[in-house]
Every structure is written in structure tokens, then in C-alpha cells.
Design a protein around this ligand. Structure first.
Ligand SMILES: Cc1cc2nc3c(=O)[nH]c(=O)nc-3n(C[C@H](O)[C@H](O)[C@H](O)COP(=O)(O)O)c2cc1C
Length: 352
């Protein structure tokens, strides 16, 4: 068993966390990860009042497995828009999770989201994509910091602003030692197996966050036609791109649009990115022309699960994801692999 400051902090047996993935991380997936020994976040995302009923139902599913040892993930720019924490507070009061995760941005300028959680005895997890974001979060005394590298699936900093998982996690570990030594550090982005867990531990991290690997599991929400998860299994790491194309299409006239610098996603390349990646300003203008069909073609593809045009979020680790498994098994196997990997590395050291 691998025991770290993370497993001690949240009281789980494996140093593996399920990312709060919008449309994916619901009660069944969180419960399966927890049964496997990991720590799971359910996604509240934008925390819209209109989503409250569906969200509460997912938390209730989780609570049949574990009453309090789970987390809730919030998307900062929308759930705390204008510094208003009322909806977050209501969710924390209703469900009393062990932890809350914040991302994009992870911390309000006055640190009030951190204070709110601390006052309620809720652990604060901050997901950061740069050294500067990490410094701000560490200065606020967060309990756990997630170093999300550019190779991650889903939203993250624009490509030119983000940093790869390996250098970012290394820097965040060192910064945490300097600024807030009690803060636990996790690595996220491109990690899909026990080799990744062993690598993160050797950088000085306390564990890993899995997105893409657990999106390709039996318990993931969404994808009713199954075409998106099939696309994950059939894709290699070269098929992933960090792009603003899908945000430009998806959030046209949408009040929860992701702001710069968070308006890019790690996703599978397809006909849509072949046409528009790098030309997003032009795409925005074209969509304003009456009679233009670009947006309706994209929306139809998403509804039909047509992955040749729809957005399939994925990180660069996808090439290592070849079969659907249950999340419980994924978590167990990753730890076994990491133990074997650490033993293998240990055996490289020869007595002279
Ligand atoms: C399908 C999908 C949806 C995601 N949605 C969210 C989200 O709502 N909130 C969040 O904090 N991160 C989200 N992420 C990013 C994850 O938190 C995490 O940083 C990332 O998945 C790690 O990289 P990996 O996908 O290579 O494992 C999402 C990732 C994926 C793949």
C-alpha cells in the first residue's frame, strides 16, 4: 500500500483522485473510485440553480457508498461570479463534503472562497495551471494544490500560458516547501497508469488526479451513444490538441462562457479542429453572419454523438487508454502497477 500525505489528509487508501469532470463525474463514478480506495470529486461545475436537482441526485447516489468522504468541484468564473459565494455556500451546507475543489480561477482575489470553506471545516483543493497561480493559492493556505499540466484533458490555461505536467508539478512541490509546507501536492495531466503515479511520487507529489482515464470507464456519466468513449479507446496521444475552437463554438452567446485565459480544452482532433484551430477569431466573425451553418452543423454533430465533428475532451495520455474498465478496477490496478514500478526502479540501484 502506498501511503502519502494525501491519503492521510482525506483518509483514503490509494493516492489517486477522481477529477470533477463536467458531465462525467457523477455519483456512480465517484462511488466506484471510492470503493477502489481513491478519493472522488463530484462535479457541481457552474453550480447553476437550474442544475441543483440533478446535482443533488448524483450526491445522493454517492452517499449510499460514503456519507462524507467525497469532494465537490466548482468552476470558479461562473460559480463565484462577481465574488458571490451564496450558491457555493448553499451546496456545502446541503451536502457537507470533506473537500471543495476550485478551478478557473482557483482563488478569488480576496481569498474569500478559501475562507468560506475553512470556516465550514471543508478542505480546499485548488487546481492551478501555472507557477503564478500556484503561488497565489499557496499564499492563501489551501490544503491541497493540483498542478494541472498542459497535457490535461478538458479546460485549462491556453497552450501558450500553461506548463507541462512534469515541470509544473516539480516547481509546485518546491514552491509548496517554501511557502506552505503543510499543503499537499497532486499532479494532473497525461497520467493514466501506475508508471504515472510512480513518476508523480518521485517528483515529490503526494498523489495523482485522473481525468481522461476515468472518463473511459463504465461508470462515467454522459455519452449515451458510447461513441465518445469508443473514440477515446481508438485514439493515440498524437490525436490530442489543446484548442480554443470548441469554446468558440460552444459558448457563443452563453453566459457561462469560459473567459480568457481558461477558454481552451484538451480534446481529440477532428474535422472541426482541422477547419478552425488557430482561426478562432475568424470563426467568431463568420458565426455572426446570418445564414452561416457552421454552428448548427457542430451542434447537430454533438447531439448525434458524431465524433468526426463533436468535441471529445481528452488528455494526451489517451494513447495509453485502450479498454473500458470499471473505475474501481482502474484505481486498484494503477496502485499495483505503481508498486511494481517503484520496485523495478529500486532494483536498478546496485551495490558496488
Ligand atoms: C471530460 C473532462 C471534463 C472535465 N471537466 C472539468 C471540470 O468541470 N472541472 C475541473 O476542475 N476540471 C475538469 N477537467 C479537468 C480535470 O480536472 C483534470 O485536470 C484533467 O482531466 C487531468 O488530465 P487528464 O485528463 O490527462 O487525466 C475535465 C477533464 C475532462 C477529461
Amino acid at each position: 500500500m502506498i501511503s502519502t500525505r494525501f491519503t492521510e489528509l482525506v483518509g483514503c487508501s490509494k493516492a489517486i483522485m477522481l477529477a470533477p469532470m463536467a458531465g462525467v463525474s457523477g455519483g456512480n463514478l465517484a462511488a466506484a473510485v471510492t470503493r477502489g480506495g481513491g478519493f472522488a470529486f463530484i462535479v457541481a461545475g457552474h453550480a447553476k440553480d437550474s442544475d441543483a436537482e440533478a446535482f443533488d441526485a448524483e450526491v445522493e447516489i454517492m452517499k449510499t457508498t460514503e456519507k462524507r468522504r467525497f469532494g465537490i468541484g466548482f468552476i470558479g468564473h461562473s460559480s463565484m461570479a462577481g465574488g458571490d459565494l451564496k450558491r457555493i455556500e448553499a451546496i456545502l451546507d446541503r451536502h457537507q463534503p470533506l473537500a471543495a475543489q476550485f478551478f478557473a480561477p482557483p482563488i478569488l482575489p480576496d481569498g474569500s472562497n478559501v475562507k468560506l470553506c475553512k470556516d465550514k471545516g471543508v478542505l480546499v483543493f485548488a487546481q492551478v495551471g501555472s507557477v503564478e497561480e500556484a503561488r497565489q493559492a499557496l499564499n492563501c493556505g489551501v490544503d491541497c494544490i493540483i498542478a494541472q499540466g498542459r497535457e490535461a484533458g478538458g479546460h485549462g490555461l491556453r497552450s501558450e500560458l500553461g506548463t507541462g505536467t512534469l515541470p509544473l508539478a516539480t516547481r509546485v512541490v518546491d514552491l509548496a516547501h517554501e511557502i506552505s509546507p503543510q499543503t499537499v501536492v497532486l499532479a494532473a495531466g497525461g497520467i493514466t497508469d501506475g508508471r504515472g503515479l510512480a513518476a508523480a511520487l518521485s517528483l515529490g507529489c503526494d498523489g495523482i488526479v485522473l481525468g481522461t482515464r476515468l472518463w473511459a470507464s463504465h461508470e462515467a456519466l454522459g455519452d449515451p451513444s458510447g461513441t465518445k468513449r469508443e473514440a477515446l479507446l481508438n485514439s493515440d496521444s498524437d490525436d490530442v490538441l489543446r484548442t480554443r475552437t470548441f469554446d468558440t463554438l460552444q459558448y457563443v452567446d452563453n453566459p457561462t462562457a469560459w473567459p480568457n485565459p481558461y477558454d481552451s480544452v484538451g480534446a481529440l482532433k477532428n474535422k472541426t479542429t482541422a477547419e478552425w484551430h488557430g482561426k478562432e477569431d475568424e470563426l467568431e466573425k463568420i458565426m455572426q453572419n446570418s445564414g452561416d451553418t457552421t454552428l448548427s452543423i457542430y451542434r447537430e454533430a454533438n447531439l448525434a454523438g458524431d465524433v468526426t465533428r463533436a468535441c471529445v475532451l481528452a488528455g494526451e495520455g489517451v494513447g495509453n487508454v485502450c479498454r473500458l474498465h470499471s473505475a474501481e478496477d482502474i484505481v486498484r490496478v494503477i496502485e499495483e502497477e505503481a508498486v511494481a514500478e517503484i520496485r523495478r526502479i529500486n532494483s536498478l540501484i546496485k551495490r558496488t
